[in-house]
Ligand binder design. Sequence first.
Ligand code: 5GP
Length: 178
Amino acid sequence: MNEVTILDKTFTIMIPRKKIETRILEIARDLNSEYKDKNPVFIGVLNGAFLFMADLFRNIETPCEISFIRVSSYSGTESTGQMKNVVGLSGNINNRHVIIVEDIVDTGETVSYLMQEISRHQPASVKLATLLFKPQALKIPVTVDYAGFEIPPAFVVGYGLDYDGYGRNLQDIYVLKS
Ligand code: 5GP
């Protein structure tokens, strides 16, 4: 499918499934060599990262664990603006090598917040693997250790990413048609 319509918007294909598959295998190969015998913990950020995590994790060949968290946003007072809250982070990452698995880094706010929260548990190391990265949209400096694809600052759906709850099941990644 070159085009899909979700609710009121039309999207065109940006990254076909074959390219996604190939790139994930490359990232898995890098992780396999970097984390060999380090007993890493993969922490996926729900909902968007669930497909990326599944395809990445099934190609990890060193003993490892998996866990999922969710970041919820809520409105604080006017002076503090949007506050974030992390749900599902357990304390068992102390002294462990952590790999955060994200769907997309846009402004960098979510990942920067997550890095802070995870660091409070004193892991041995924390790195970030994201399927998509919009470098031109970044507002907070974050280190992206493993990026599947760098993309322009446009809205994308598919392969776990949604538009208003829909489109996560698409096997390719699509971009909003201008
Ligand atoms: P950030 O905190 O880096 O600005 O944004 C991270 C979150 O915003 C992602 O985890 C994702 O949920 C959402 N997001 C950012 N850009 C896009 C996009 O192009 N498409 C979709 N579906 N979600 C996005």
